[in-house]
Design a protein around this ligand. Structure first.
Ligand code: AKG
Length: 336
């Protein structure tokens, strides 16, 4: 089969919407691979991962109230005075966990017009040796708003469960067993949660200043990302094969799923990590909760045999150690 390693397989101009409810309901069924509803989802996942690398999920099972409550507490936090927010300020000594002010985060050397809080799955000191040192430490939860920690921890749990179900569908889509990503790949999946606030951009001569990039063009580092974005603001964009930026507006009741670098390697390039960015030219403050579902921290990621066979018998990507990949990206994100 002829595959393109560095670009998406087709020149899409609209984003797929996949109703994954059959997969969500049957993810644990021993006969999942024979279920007609699941097979239809798997076909759609395969197409979306090859052609767009980013798609909407319907029927994902996370209640609207949970998605909204998460966005509400994030809005509340970012609207507090700076003195309150910097009580959980991120630094080298906090395991790169905590709050960053606007333009303290860099993408490809340029400051992003966003403020954010980073959380990582906690792990024991020394557990991953030198590879884990930069990210060691407890998460910094703000005490204000009071329900912040509880709401976000509940949201993270929902995302972890849902991501595992989606990965089971993707395993089938690649022609593997439903458990393909368990074991040494993601039996103990790492996760990252980034909560972002995008200020309103300034207007010049009555027009928004379009150079205000909220989040510069990038691909995500891990397996897949689940994005919960404000419902009334269109700011996210994804690039298609022709190099055009396609808008990814919010659609009520859906979440967005984005394929990351590690899944690209595992699929030997059959699936592309979507290049995306955020430009908030609205006159509203925008928030997003970005959950990254990752391999085991110390997993060595290389193309699956089934994918190598489908793509001409040669490993075209990897290997990469996930934790090293993550740390190299985090190092380039901040100017400590
Ligand atoms: O805020 C968003 O919509 C996307 C943010 C994002 O792409 C990221 O943090 O990796």
């Amino acid at each position: 089969m002829n595959i393109q390693i560095n670009s998406l397989a087709t020149d899409f101009n609209s984003i797929p919407i996949i109703d994954i409810s059959p997969l969500v309901e049957k993810f644990d069924d021993a006969n999942i691979h024979r279920d007609a509803g699941v097979c239809e989802v798997v076909t759609q996942l395969d197409k979306a991962c090859r052609e767009a690398g980013l798609f909407y999920l319907k029927g994902h099972g996370i209640p609207d109230s949970v998605l909204k409550e998460a966005r509400d507490v994030i809005h509340e936090f970012f609207h507090m005075p700076l003195e309150e927010k910097i009580k959980i300020k991120l630094s080298m000594t906090t395991g790169c966990r905590g709050y960053q002010e606007v333009e303290e985060n860099f993408t490809k050397g340029l400051p992003d017009v966003q403020e954010a809080i980073d959380f990582y799955k906690e792990f024991a000191y020394g557990m991953y040796g030198d590879m884990g040192k930069l990210l060691e430490g407890p998460n910094l939860w703000p005490s204000n708003p009071q329900n912040f920690e509880e709401v976000l921890k509940q949201y993270i749990d929902h995302c972890t469960v849902l991501s595992r179900k989606i990965m089971r569908g993707i395993a089938l889509a690649l022609g593997g067993s439903v458990d393909e990503f368990e074991g040494h790949i993601a039996s103990n999946p790492f996760w990252v949660m980034r909560l972002i606030g995008y200020p309103m951009v300034s207007k010049q001569n009555g027009h928004a200043h379009t150079q205000s990039i909220g989040c510069g063009a990038h691909t995500d580092y891990g397996l897949l990302t689940l994005l919960n974005q404000d419902e009334s603001i269109s700011a996210l964009e994804v690039m298609n094969k022709s190099g055009e930026w396609i808008s990814v507006p919010p659609i009520h009741g859906t979440s967005i799923c984005i394929i990351g670098d590690m899944l690209k390697i595992l699929s030997n390039g059959l699936y592309e990590a979507a290049l995306h960015r955020v430009i908030n030219v609205s006159q509203q403050y925008r928030v997003s909760a970005v959950y990254f579902y990752e391999p085991n921290y110390d997993a060595t990621i290389e193309p699956l045999d089934i994918c190598v066979q489908k793509t001409g018998g040669i490993k075209k990507l990897g290997p990469a150690i996930y934790g090293e990949h993550l740390v190299s990206k985090v190092r380039n994100t901040f100017r400590f």
